[in-house]
Design a protein around this ligand. Sequence first.
Ligand code: HEM
Length: 514
Amino acid sequence: MNPIKYAYLKAESWFNVAFGSELNPLYNMGRLAFFFFWVVLISGLYLFIFFDTSLSGAYASVEAITYEQKYFGGVMRSLHRYASDAAVITIVLHMFREYALGRYNGVRWFSWISGVPTLWIVITLGITGYWLVWDELGLYVAMLSSKLIDALPLIPGSMERNFVGTQVSDRFFTLMAFLHFMGQPLFLVFALWIHIKRLSFVKVYAPKGLAIGSLVAMLALSLAAPAVSHKAADASQVTAVLNIDWFYLNVYPLMDYFTAGQTWVITLSLTFFLMIMPWLPPKKRGPAAEVHLDHCNGCEQCAEDCPFDAITVQARTDGAKFENEVKVNPDLCASCGICVGSCPSSNPFRQKKELLVTGIDMPNRPINDIRDQVDDAIAKLKGDNKIIVMGCENALDFTSLEAPNLHVVSLFCIGMMPATLVEYALAHGADGVFITGCRTGDCFFRYGNVWMDERFDGRRQPILRKRADRSRIKVFRAAETDGKQLHKELGEFENHINSLKTKDTADQQEPANA
Ligand code: HEM
């Protein structure tokens, strides 16, 4: 396994032990970033009330907020700074996670490349924020930013000459304030809207426990190490020591070694590299799901369940008595097969002897082949414990489990499995069904394992009927690093099935002996 992925999955399992899967911060990075934006917004609104947007008054107003209302304004200022830093940390970790777990290419290219400018907007927001304090750091940021802008061939004139030193324009400073308080946040909201536009069921609110914990941690940090300014900006003085915020201002120290032009080349090359990552190398996408109208009653469950918003509902086109039908957008389809598990027509008890055709199917692994596999396996399996393992091939590798008494059925996602297939396997001779899917709180295709749980406990159609013997079904959730645990869990399940068989035999003998 790729070592980056291995390390990341290991870290996630440690965090699972420490926080539990629901509050695992590594599963909630995007949502946490949203939470930090809320803290930044609320604290920013407070600061805005007391901030003087004129060049001459800015520094003094920030000092007044920090020292004259230490336990409110000062804390708000610190919260504003720490939540901004935390936002960058969570965004970078979120980005790293998508990369490490291979969730950045294929159909996800759009979320990935729309994320890159979003990150840059966040960073420029931080830059204008530091500028506004108009202390030595603000002056440093202003001077170097002007140098960077001057290096752009498209913008005529010299910003550096116009905006720093004795000729600093008050109007320009106010423009910066406007940009920071209004312009950039609006851009950010728009960019985030685009970023999550192609996904469904996006949760933008962090779990309560995680939000409260993060807020308490930031409050504690704000009291222990309040955010303060440098000395007031003075273009005639050279500042010896500057405390750089490396989350936002990391590009400026580069300019100690490179010219502004070279700094642009480095930054733009990095951006370009990030943008083309989904195609390095291009991911081979499986064929999109196909609708078979003859077997679709327009119930819309697949459209409701698709985590990538790839299925839409439209008026019936084939003259059938149903009102609607569904349509797949191949550009958005992740080929996860979750729609197959959603379709009531995927019920393997239907059309028992003939080809099983469902309303929506995966051309490269049709439900009929899956049912055939289960039938063949049950006919061929040997021994007392006939077990069918149904597993998601994006979680841990379970193919090595094949044994005379055990057959594995590989699915693109565990959400692809119709709940009735489990019942079918049990009804046709399997002694037990062992199901493996991604870890709780995580799913390669976002919602496959959640939908499976909901189908099993009757909250989502099509459900696993009550008659399916739950004591013969085991669900084990795991990632690629949990191989050892898989063998242990499977061994326990086999023993459990054995004990059920022994009990059944004893129950059958008892009336005969009586
Ligand atoms: C600027 C702040 C960002 C926020 C607040 C944010 C938030 C989110 C959220 C809430 C989701 C949906 C997760 C889900 O429900 O499964 C998401 C998806 C995603 N984000 Fe971001 N994101 C940000 C930046 C980025 C960046 C910089 C990248 C990478 C360059 C990125 C890459 C992705 C990808 C690839 C997905 C799709 C995940 C999937 O389909 O499973 N995001 N983001």
